[in-house]
Design a protein around this ligand. Sequence first.
Ligand code: DGJ
Length: 698
Amino acid sequence: MSVIKCEKNIFVLETKNTHYALCVDGNGYNRHIYWGKKCAPQDYFVQCTGDENSNHTRLDEYKQEMTVFGGTMFRDCDIKAQFSDACREIDLEYVESETKGNTLVITFRDRYYPLAVKLNYETFDDSDIMKRFVTVENTGTEDILFEKLYSAEFNLPSVKPYKFQNTNGAWGGEFVKCETKLQGGYAVWESRKGASNHSNSPYFIASQNADENKGDVYFASLAYSGNFKVCASRDLYGVTRITMGMNEFDFSYTLKAGESFDTPPVYFGYTCSGFGDMTRQMNRFALNNILPKSFAHKSLPVIYNSWEATGFDVNTQHQTKLAQIASKLGVELFVMDDGWFGQRKDDRAGLGDWYVNKEKFPNGLGELISNVNSLGMDFGLWVEPEMVNPDSDLYRNHPDWAYHYKHRTANELRHQLVLNMTRQDVQQYIFETLDKLLTDYNIKYIKWDMNRPFSETGAENLENPKMYSYLHTMAVYNIVDRLKANHPDVAIESCASGGGRCDLGALSHFDQAWTSDNTDGIDRMTIQKGYALLRPVKTMRAWVTDIAGINKPCTLDFRFNVAMQGALSLGGNLLKYSGEDLEICKKYIAIYKEIRDIVQFGDLYRVLDDEQDDVLLNNYVSEDKKESVAFLCARGTRFYKKRIPVTFGGLDENKIYQLNFQGEKYVKSGAFLMNVGIPAHIRGAYYNEIIHIKEICD
Ligand code: DGJ
């Protein structure tokens, strides 16, 4: 896992199984050479390309690591800037390169203007995932105005078309997988809503002849929660390129004299072993290198969240009753959701006023927290710090704190406005308020919500006005980091009307995420599948609730089966549960505690897909392959399907495992379980089973 420098400014990023080769050519251009399986490093060379004719220039055909706007380069670029004399073109020359351990930095500068551009790369031990970002530096005395400032450009090796996967989601339907075969033109996935949002994911997954277990897959994920754009293109000659970074939609950035700027990073990798390997690589890499260190390697607790049971109607007595039941079931952390603060009776008032509502909590929050603690559970609290209701003391005192234009009416969504988080005083208010709550009360968990896209993103004092999405995002990250520094035992969840902000940027600061407000067991199979494709499974909060009533309610067992495939939580109205239902909850929570480390830290093998195979079979395998847990579930099977052989993924073929399934006890080798499998009788509505597979040691 290192950077190899060959002759003629050729650099090879070497990971466990792959090479990523690039160079600076004789004319000083950055050039991409290759990405894929390892070859002999000394064999790499940069191909000569000449102008084919006056319509297809050399520059337009170059495979580059970073394309700047200028000259006869007409395809999509990554960096576009305007200098103080209104020149809008960049012309870079090579300056130097530096390799230090696992990092490579190649520096270029404009041939005339005082701009330096650095391409930064990093490899990691024991992983095929790499990291890259771009640094721009103003070395002069005048401003430089950027109109586009992306993080990375990728060129794929094959001239044949690639299939791209992204997500095409919405509130209540996040992470729904979509596929596009890109034969020509452009395909774009983006957010323009201020935060990364529910619709598309800030990544690309490009594949050829791939399935779960085989085939070439190239993938890259932008660690950024603001407006993003991922743009893939394929030209007539079969070159597939992808550019990705902060969206140039409503974007510009003034880099002042002497300043430098690092773009958000991109994590990227290649595998020849299909989508399953991609997921496992990114999952492990995120556990080791992306998630905040404090909780990355700790088992996440079973949570109860009050939202679906109580809505805004929270008070000490009612919450305590829920907590009493939750604790008997084995819940470890009780989260009180929206409604506890200011004049919050519904969503029309209170956001911004983060003081305890005295009518609902006459003795303060302390009483409820100590009730919860005395039941043996930790306490968590919901907040939505980036927002304000016009009907709030905060807004009445500081109307200028919300994004706005003086002569425009600010659009309210859910009766709320977005705070101008780029202001120091707003940041300070939010930090101090949350810090005080965490200091005054024994709170171990914060659910940080964010329930609307941004609009009217102006403000009299907003410096770099078209940089709001980036600055806002960084302010959120920064406050989260500062809170964590002061309160290292507090975990923080990223929620944005469900899964509107759970990109790898958010997950570099938040410990977990709320996946979706849609807790319907059936829909969740699709939503969770999309989430876990390129995001760590352990961060995926999954509640068992009374279902939002979207589909015909599925059984409680079934809902547990699905929710146990992430970070199990409960969210139903426990006061209405029958004795039998409560026993079911108790049983599954106990099982989850036994197997949660396999789910949260193991490797996921998607063996059967409900959308293709009627039945979903996900099995998670511990890193040492001594244990596995398989979840089998199907909303119902067609054609009187009787016995099918069920095989498992990821076991050690030489180990002997034991498992109990449908009344039979099996002792079989990993090879048998993976290739032959065991007979399963899969029939009936909401069929589901959990199979715990353990190595037998003599
Ligand atoms: C949206 C979240 O996704 C829900 O879980 C809940 O916290 C509500 N907001 C509260 O207003």
